[in-house]
Design a protein around this ligand. Structure first.
Ligand SMILES: [Zn+2]
Length: 233
């Protein structure tokens, strides 16, 4: 068995000036994908179950699936959360803590388009309703380019701030830009995280390194057929 971990950014309509229009999956596309997953018998699991699975334990459901979002855009709350909730699905949102509550700002130096980010209340509400919160650092930096002190600060302070917001441990991390190396991996582990997700494409298998977990990117260019192919192969 291999467990698919889907990886999204924005559930919204592409902005005219967006450089990476593929980062937008429209609410209609997302709804179709969630309905299809439901129809195929998938159930979303707690990210902790992924760790048990790679250590050789049996997952709690027949067809486990994890849905993840990176960056912490407000459209995750406005557009994705209602669709997931009505399907009985959950997800983990990897939030860049420095952007919490910010409106109309640029988070990604490659992207340049302005977005609104989740505020504390939205994060709290989703967490209370069975969604999971992970860290994506503070400033959305390339972690493999930072001095050690700055790197450690990004990892520890984002974790502490998110834990303060949800009043619960934040154990999962996702590397901004998918950028990591052995030093970054070790720092993430030393900061107290139990696992980290990359942007490398693939499904989760028994024996995987918990600080190098693969995901399946879903973008706005995927029609429903290649969405299906991505999950299966
Ligand atoms: Zn990101």
């Amino acid at each position: 068995m291999k467990i698919p971990v889907l990886y999204y950014h924005k559930i919204d309509y592409p902005k005219k000036d967006a450089v990476y229009k593929g980062l937008y999956v429209t609410p209609e596309q997302f709804k179709r994908q969630v309905s299809l997953l439901k129809f195929l018998g998938y159930d979303t699991v707690n990210p902790k179950e992924i760790l048990s699975f790679i250590k050789g334990h049996k997952p709690p459901v027949k067809k486990p699936l994890l849905i993840t979002f990176d960056d912490g855009y407000e459209n995750n709350y406005l557009n994705a959360y209602p669709i997931l909730k009505s399907a009985g699905f959950s997800s983990i949102i990897f939030v860049s803590s420095g952007f919490i509550g910010k409106k109309s700002v640029v988070s990604d130096e490659r992207e340049r388009v302005k977005e609104n980010f989740l505020n504390k209340n939205e994060i709290k509400e989703m967490f209370k309703n069975g969604f999971f919160i992970g860290s994506h650092g503070i400033n959305h930096y390339y972690l493999d380019r930072l001095e050690e002190g700055v790197l450690i600060g990004e990892l520890i302070a984002s974790k502490a701030y998110l834990e303060h917001i949800i009043n619960a441990p934040v154990d999962f991390f996702s590397y901004p830009f998918g950028a990591y190396n052995p030093i970054v991996m070790r720092a993430v582990k030393n900061a107290g995280y139990t696992a980290a997700f990359t942007t490398a494409s693939g499904r989760i298998e028994v024996g995987d390194n918990s600080f190098e977990l693969k995901r399946i990117p879903v973008n706005g260019y995927n029609n429903i057929l290649n969405f299906l192919l991505k999950i299966f192969f």
